[in-house]
Design a protein around this ligand. Structure first.
Ligand SMILES: [Zn+2]
Length: 511
């Protein structure tokens, strides 16, 4: 390489590479080695970024995220931790400043905090906002509560539609009580809100700076085709500030316009839901939920449809990215992928929060990615025993998946959970929830194993391991510099922060 490097990054150690320094020309890593020898290449305009006690990793991916939704979530009303009165007051305050008929969107309410599990919803929201349409999402985004105006505008009043894979909760008279679950919540959400694409793009750019500060250089967007117009417009304008590996919805696998490769936006898969979520008791299990012998969860799609959509995605060269949380949905995903999927593609089970012993080895045997968000354990560590009882040992079986050789890719599911990668690593390592409960500590990973799932594992899952995910000369210079060398000193994780983030040779964050 002619000339001095544009950038030199120094640390105490490198993740899975010898030395403690890298040189970058343009968007490429051009040299890796010892601090003294790399620094000899320095020129007058070389920028030097140094974390003397730090660890330099290939750029961290968030392998399961919803980028535009994460930006938009910053504009919504936060309902986390509030009971019925708090929800009512906060939504009423938000509506007060808003033009009539404009939507009020809230997020993070806990359906279990309310008596009657939803009987309240429409009443409370009507009291809060009689004239604005209101939609409030549960923490896991798998349930939504709507007031009467919103139910009308979303087409659920006067006569609710039939929605396969969805549930419309009703009052004694048979009318919708305001609580919608799964596909019904998704259908309502698709008609809710009134942000323009430009407003959504601005929100996405604003939150991207926060993603950079969290060390994230690339993300795998699991929103399907929804809101992809916003990502496409940003990419076409050259404004997408990180690599986005996106998905389409299954009925659009053949849409060439949607799949056009952009500069930083690439389509890798087709995203489909096979079940719901743990907290809503809609994850699909092989055996009934604790305390409810009749309830297995909600199967979103019949098995033959899952098999067909995997085959259709494969025929178009797209990996199947199958949302499966309960052990029943995970088994269905593995069955469909192994029987109908093109084995050359990097198919993925998204979440894989509960895996039956008989299915653990199938990830490694077929090269199927377990795309897990360890940070879900922050909320789920206490929920898992409540809903799954003795089957808790099947929850987040990261140690056994890793030992079996399963390809692992880690993400956050933002905006449902925090995209703080260090929080995610802590969860993978200590498996401790926010309330202090610990979920089967024998399934813990090491810090280094967790970091690999966010870097090389995630790059492999996206099929870009030749370009990203490891520190090699010639690789693209997307890098995450941590302030502490947690590979050598895992106990320093508690004090560790992100020191710098580099996307394609450009320093996008530095302390
Ligand atoms: Zn998700």
């Amino acid at each position: 390489m002619v000339g001095a490097p544009d950038l030199i990054v120094l640390a105490e150690g490198l993740l899975d590479a010898p030395g403690d320094a890298v040189a970058v020309h343009g968007d490429r890593i051009t040299a890796i080695g010892e601090r003294a020898s790399i620094l000899r290449r320095r020129g007058p305009s070389t920028r030097v970024v140094d974390a003397p006690r730090g660890l330099l990793c290939a750029g961290i991916h968030d392998a399961h995220a919803h980028l535009v939704m994460t930006g938009v979530a910053r504009l919504e009303v936060d309902l986390h931790g509030l009971g019925p009165t708090g929800v009512r007051d906060r939504l009423a305050a938000a509506a007060a400043g808003r033009a009539p008929r404009r939507w009020v969107i809230g997020r993070g309410f806990d359906p279990l905090l309310f008596p009657g599990d939803g009987v309240w919803a429409r009443e409370i929201l009507d009291a809060a906002c009689p004239s604005h349409p209101v939609l409030a999402r549960s923490h896991d985004y798998h349930s939504a509560a709507l007031n009467s105006v919103a139910l009308e505008q979303a087409g659920f009043l006067p006569t609710p539609p039939e929605i396969p894979g969805g549930r419309i909760e009703r009052d004694e008279s048979g009318a919708p009580n305001g609580l919608l679950r799964e596909a019904a919540a998704v259908a309502a959400e698709a008609r809710a809100g009134d942000l323009t694409e430009a407003e959504q793009a601005a929100a996405t750019l604003a939150v991207s700076a926060e993603l950079h500060a969290a060390g994230i250089t690339a993300l795998h967007d699991m929103s399907g085709s929804r809101r992809q117009g916003v990502l496409r417009a940003l990419d076409d304008a050259g404004d997408l500030p990180l690599d986005v590996f996106a998905t389409v919805t299954p009925n659009q696998v053949g849409d060439e316009a949607l799949r056009r490769p952009g500069s930083r936006l690439r389509i890798i898969g087709a995203k489909a839901f096979l079940d719901g979520a743990l907290g809503s008791r809609t994850a699909l299990l092989l055996e009934p939920y604790e305390g409810d012998a009749a309830h297995l969860g909600i199967p979103v799609l019949p098995p033959e449809d899952v098999h067909d959509l995997v085959a259709a995605a494969s025929a178009h060269g797209l990996a199947a990215c199958l949302h499966a949380i309960g052990n029943g949905a995970v088994r269905l995903a593995l069955d469909a992928i192994t029987s109908r999927g093109d084995p050359a593609l990097r198919h993925r089970v998204e979440h894989a929060q509960m895996v039956h012993d008989d299915d653990l080895g199938r990830f490694a045997a077929h090269g199927i990615v377990a795309s897990v968000q360890p940070v879900h354990m922050a909320e789920d560590a206490c929920l898992v025993p409540r809903h799954w009882g003795a089957r808790s040992r099947e929850a987040f079986p990261l140690r056994r998946l890793a030992d079996a050789g399963a390809p692992l890719a880690f993400g956050s599911d933002t905006p449902i959970e925090t995209f703080d990668v260090l929080d995610g690593i802590r969860c993978a390592v200590d498996r401790t929830g926010r309330d202090g409960s610990v979920l089967h500590p024998e399934e813990a990973l090491t810090v280094t194993e967790a970091l690999r799932a966010y870097t090389s594992g995630a790059a492999w899952a996206a099929g870009v391991e030749d370009e990203l995910g490891s520190l090699r000369e010639g690789a693209r210079a997307s890098l995450t510099l941590l302030s502490e060398n947690v590979a050598a000193r895992p106990e320093a994780l508690a004090d560790c922060a992100v020191a710098a983030t580099i996307v394609g040779g450009r320093v996008v964050f530095a302390t």
